[in-house]
Design a protein around this ligand. Structure first.
Ligand code: GUN
Ligand code: FE
Length: 423
C-alpha cells in the first residue's frame, strides 16, 4: 500500500550535513521509503496523503545505551560516583526484577515512555533475570520499539544481583531459546569487566562466535573503574584488551562511554569496527568526565548516543543530543577544539543509531520509515519567521512529548495525536 507523508522534512544525509525540504513529501510503500520529494511526482497524485501541515518531520531517535531496570531510579541517587553508585543504588534496584509482575509494570511504562518520546531504536541492558528480560522484550515489541536487548551477565562483584557462573551461562541459553520477537533481538551483555570472571567472559566470547551474536558492554567510563580493571587483568595494557582476550571485541560491538579511551584504544575501536556510545549526561552525573567525541570520529571510530538511564537522568534523546552539545562545549573551553554543532549532534542521536542497524544516514529509499513528527507551533512566538534549521535547533532544545504528533517505527505509525497542544 502506498502512503504519503507531507511536512517540513529535516534529515542528515551525512555527518554535519543538514538537508531541509520545506513542505516536502515522503512516499512509502508498505512502510518502506520510496523517495523524498520537494514536490509530489505525478504518479502518486491520486494516493492518499497524511498532511502534517507546518510540522517538522525528523528522523526518530536511537538510544544505543540504556538500562531498563534502572527506570524506577531515574532522577535519583546522583550523589555518588560510578562504583559506589552501582553498589549503593543500582544493584539493589536491579535485584527487584526477580519479580516478573514488578518487571511487567515497569517495562510497560518504559516502553510507552520511549515511543512517546520519539525513540524507536534501542540497544538496551536488562538485568540478569531471564524472565524479566523476556518481559522487557515483549513490552518493547508491543509498544513498537525495535532493536537489541541483553540479559546482563554478572558473576562477580554484583552484590544483591550477582549470579553464579554456571547459572549465568545456562540462563543465557534459556533466554536465547525464548527470544522469538520480530523487532527486538538479543545482544550478549557482559555487564563490564569487573562484573565477569574470566571463565564467564571466555564462554560468552565463544557463544558470540558460535551464534554470531552482537555484544554490548561498558568501556573506560571512569578513572577508578579503569584502575580496578588493570588490577583484575595485569596482563592487559588497556581496558579494551580484556574484551579482546575473550573474543568479545568484535565488529559491531557497542561500548558505552569511552571517556578515558586514549588514542591507542580509539585506534583499536576503529580497526575492529567497535562502536563508542557517548552518554554525556551520565558521564557528568557519575563524575566520569566527557568523551572526546570529535577525536574519536576523526580516528574513524563509529559513534552514537545513549541516554544511559539511570546514570543519565533524561530518557528523551533530544535532551541527550543537547547534553552532548553542552558537554562538548565544556571540553572545547578546557582543551580547545571545536564543539559539536546542532546538525552534528542531531546526526549522532538519530542517523548514527539508524546506521548501526543498517539504515541510511538520511531518509533513504529502501529503508523502513523511522520518523517523529514535531509540532512546534506552541513554542515561544519568534520575533520573525524561523528557517527550518533554526526550528530544528529549537525543537531539539525545547521539545517534549506535548509536541510530538506522530511516531513511525519500522514503517508503522506507532503513535498519533490530534494536535500539538494535547497530552
Ligand atoms: N558500569 C557497569 N554497570 C554500569 C551501569 O549500570 N551504569 C553505568 N553507567 N556504568 C556501569
Ligand atoms: Fe551504562
Amino acid at each position: 500500500m502506498t502512503a504519503i507523508l507531507r511536512g517540513n522534512i529535516l534529515h542528515t544525509p551525512a555527518f554535519g550535513a543538514l538537508e531541509a525540504i520545506p513542505r516536502g513529501y515522503l512516499v512509502l510503500e508498505d512502510g518502506v521509503i520510496q523517495g523524498v520529494y520537494p514536490s509530489l511526482p505525478e504518479t502518486f497524485a491520486r494516493c492518499p496523503a497524511e498532511d502534517y501541515g507546518d510540522a517538522l518531520i525528523l528522523r526518530s531517535f536511537a538510544d544505543l545505551h540504556l538500562h531498563a531496570p534502572q527506570y524506577p531510579m531515574l532522577g535519583m541517587g546522583m550523589d555518588l560516583p560510578l562504583l559506589a553508585w552501582l553498589e549503593t543504588y543500582t544493584f539493589p534496584v536491579e535485584a527487584r526484577f526477580q519479580d516478573p509482575d514488578f518487571a511487567r509494570v515497569v517495562y510497560r511504562a518504559l516502553a510507552e515512555d520511549l515511543i512517546s518520546s520519539g525513540t524507536t531504536r534501542v540497544a538496551m541492558f536488562s538485568s540478569r533475570h531471564t524472565d524479566a528480560t523476556l518481559i522487557l522484550m515483549e513490552e518493547l515489541e508491543r509498544a513498537g520499539v525495535t532493536g537489541l536487548v541483553g540479559k546482563v551477565n554478572m558473576d562477580r562483584n554484583g552484590g544483591a544481583v550477582q549470579e553464579g557462573t554456571e547459572e549465568s551461562l545456562s540462563e543465557t541459553l534459556r533466554w536465547l531459546e525464548h527470544c522469538r520477537f520480530e523487532h527486538v533481538k538479543p545482544i550478549l551483555t557482559p555487564r563490564f569487566t569487573p562484573s565477569c570472571t574470566d571463565g564467564l567472559m571466555e564462554a560468552l566470547g565463544r557463544l558470540a562466535a558460535e551464534r554470531d551474536l552482537p555484544v554490548q558492554s561498558h568501556l573506560s567510563e571512569n578513572v577508578s573503574e579503569g584502575a580496578w580493571v588493570r588490577e583484575l587483568h595485569p596482563d592487559c595494557a588497556q581496558y579494551w584488551e580484556t574484551y579482546d582476550k575473550y573474543g568479545l571485541w568484535k565488529k559491531g560491538a557497542l561500548m558505552a562511554h569511552c571517556v578515558h579511551s586514549d588514542p591507542r584504544e580509539q585506534e583499536a575501536m576503529a580497526r575492529s569496527g567497535v562502536w563508542a556510545v557517548h552518554c554525556p549526561a551520565s558521564n557528568v552525573n557519575l563524575c566520569s568526565g566527557t568523551a572526546l567525541v570529535r577525536e574519536m570520529l576523526e580516528r574513524g571510530v563509529p559513534v552514537a548516543l545513549g541516554s544511559d538511564i539511570a546514570g543519565g537522568d533524561q530518557l528523551a534523546m533530544n535532551r541527550v543530543i543537547t547534553a552532548a552539545i553542552r558537554a562538548s562545549k565544556v571540553k572545547a573551553m578546557e582543551a580547545g577544539g571545536a564543539f559539536l554543532t546542532v546538525p552534528e549532534a542531531y546526526y549522532l542521536g538519530t542517523a548514527a543509531g539508524h546506521r548501526y542497524f543498517g539504515g541510511g544516514a538520511g531518509f533513504r529509499a529502501g529503508d523502513k520509515l523511522h520518523a517523529v513528527v514535531v509540532d512546534d507551533s506552541t513554542m515561544p512566538p519568534p520575533v520573525r519567521e524561523l528557517t527550518l534549521p533554526e526550528r530544528l535547533e529549537r525543537a531539539l532544545y525545547l521539545m517534549d512529548k506535548r509536541h510530538i504528533r506522530a511516531v513511525y517505527s519500522e514503517g508503522r505509525r506507532v503513535l498519533v495525536r490530534g494536535g500539538g497542544d494535547q497530552e
